[in-house]
Write a protein that binds this ligand. Structure first.
Ligand SMILES: C[S@@+](CC[C@H](N)C(=O)[O-])C[C@H]1O[C@@H](n2cnc3c(N)ncnc32)[C@H](O)[C@@H]1O
Length: 297
């Protein structure tokens, strides 16, 4: 029995209501932070210098503006699982700076509603959309995934890319996502899952180069098996749960090699090299990757 003076044990819900994590996540993805979030003006200058047309789905464009670990191929492979048409309306939770949704808008011509907890990321996504000529197809809202509320809107499909690993209250976020989907709609997501020694919260202490990249204690990674159970608990049928660790490890090492071989390193390239080196150092022990495909009831 606990002593009468001991504080009452926290319930799971109370443990998850850690408002500090929200602030630390927002700080981690700010434009002037160590994680590279480029503003529209900076992107436009890079595209001019390298004669890239951001209105195309050229992988070089995506590579400039996204640090998605699964790279463009891993994003399109996820989109391919959603059976989308130009008529689809897609929900993206954890939208970030919007790079995957802009790519989707260009590839399929569908509409996307992006939700993110960070006002900075939402502002950036709004600012960059016209550069890609997709501003008529994308719409953004600042919300926490666990309290997702877009009224009575129901979507044809949903996707999350590399974001659920931050969500403190995943059961609520998955339930809210399911409630915003049409019957039998598909959900696909790429996620950062836990490693053999724990999560990136542990890497913060164990891998010195990683410490520079993000705020402490912003990771809520779980295993592929736990993610599958949460999806089922939220009412989804799980159609696939795949381990993407080998693919992603090879892809990031290849990306790093390409950046290291560039004759001239501008600031984003220099930061990219540091970022990929530090992230690759966490692979296996503190970071693995998964892809999940699920269907709403
Ligand atoms: C690594 S970024 C990925 C962004 C985007 N999906 C992409 O692939 O480019 C993770 C994003 O998740 C967002 N995020 C973290 N926790 C969230 C939450 N509880 N609700 C909504 N968004 C969240 C962060 O603000 C950040 O923009």
């Amino acid at each position: 029995m606990s002593s009468p003076t001991a504080p009452p044990a926290l319930t799971d819900v109370e443990k998850n209501q850690d408002s500090g994590i929200v602030d630390r996540v927002i700080q981690s993805y700010r434009p002037d932070g160590p994680f590279m979030v480029l503003r529209a003006k900076e992107l436009a200058a890079i595209y001019r210098a390298y004669q890239l047309d951001p209105r195309t789905p050229d992988p070089a464009v995506f590579a400039v503006e996204s640090l998605a670990h699964v790279l463009q191929d891993g994003i399109t492979a996820m989109f391919d699982r959603l059976n989308l048409t130009s008529e689809s309306v897609v929900l993206s939770v954890g939208e970030g700076n919007g790079a995957p949704s802009r790519l989707l808008a260009k590839l399929v011509g569908c509409r996307i509603v992006g939700v993110d907890i960070s006002p900075l990321q939402i502002a950036n996504a709004r600012e960059v959309a016209p550069l890609h000529g997709v501003d008529h197809l994308v719409e953004y809202h600042q919300q926490n995934a666990s309290a997702l509320d877009l009224g009575d809107r129901r979507f044809d499909a949903a996707y999350f890319n590399e974001t659920m690993c931050h969500w403190a209250d995943k059961p609520s976020a998955l339930r809210r996502t399911r409630e915003h989907l049409k019957p039998k709609a598909l959900l696909a997501f790429n996620d950062w899952t836990s490693g053999h020694r724990g999560t990136l919260n542990e890497a913060y202490h164990a891998v010195p180069s990683f410490r520079e990249l993000y705020q402490p204690d912003i990771w809520r990674q779980i295993s592929i098996e736990e993610t599958t159970r949460l999806l089922e608990g939220a009412g989804f049928t799980v159609l696939a749960a795949e381990d993407l660790t080998d693919y992603t490890d090879r892809a990031l090492k290849q990306r790093l090699k390409e950046l290291e071989l560039l004759p001239q390193r501008n600031e984003p390239t220099r930061r990219g090299v540091e970022y990929y080196r530090a992230m690759i150092a966490t692979h296996g022990d503190y970071l693995r990757y998964g892809r999940f495909i699920a269907q709403a009831p």
